[in-house]
Design a protein around this ligand. Structure first.
Ligand code: QAP
Ligand code: CO
Length: 168
């Protein structure tokens, strides 16, 4: 297992669109194990392969208190149940140090492959639904800060660019 480097905004590679996984083989299982280790180490509650510069449709999530309930979504398909929307304070390992309110649909239905490559379905609401939508956005090259005003996004960009220069 390995802890992977996480890309940070405004890295243009975060805008890549992930390709579907054609076969859930040993390489994908290693990626999943490394992503889980990277997420738990951060610590975070969700990570998309895009964030570790692998442009395949793989997401890991664990919103449990004890960090013992990993959820793996491969090739996730999402259906929005458009009855209700809710605000949530979101953050992102690729936008460290920034938390902002985003409005998203409350209820979703997800169809995905697990890490054994078996198809399963899931209905989600609350934090899990927010997290799944946030991570699937990553696979489509979208970040939670894209839902903010251009002025807010620009301010975050400048602050992170400055930090990256100081680290270099
Ligand atoms: C996505 O995000 C999410 O800024 C997962 O300094 C977050 O795990 C969905 C993190 C909130 C719904 C609600 C962020 C860690 C972790 C930071 C994360 C940071 C350190 C973010
Ligand atoms: Co994120």
């Amino acid at each position: 297992m390995a802890i992977l480097d996480i890309l940070e905004f405004p890295d243009p590679r975060l805008r890549n669109k992930a390709d579907p996984v054609t076969q859930v083989d040993e390489r994908i299982q290693t990626l999943v194990a490394d992503m889980l280790e990277t997420m738990y180490n951060a610590p975070g509650i969700g990570l998309a392969a895009t964030q570790v510069n692998t442009h395949k449709q793989v997401v890991v999530i664990d919103i449990s208190e004890d960090k013992d309930q990993p959820l793996v979504l491969i090739n996730p398909q999402i259906d929005i149940l458009p009855d209700e929307e809710k605000e949530y304070e979101e953050g992102c390992l690729s936008v460290p140090g920034f938390y902002e309110t985003v409005t998203r649909p409350t209820h979703i239905h997800v169809n995905a492959l697990n890490k054994q490559g078996e198809r399963f379905e899931l209905e989600a609401e609350g934090l899990l639904a927010v997290c799944i939508q946030h991570e699937i956005d990553h696979l489509n090259g979208r970040l939670f800060i894209d839902y903010l005003s251009p002025i807010k996004r620009q301010r975050i960009r400048k602050k992170l660019e400055k930090q990256h220069k100081q680290q270099a």
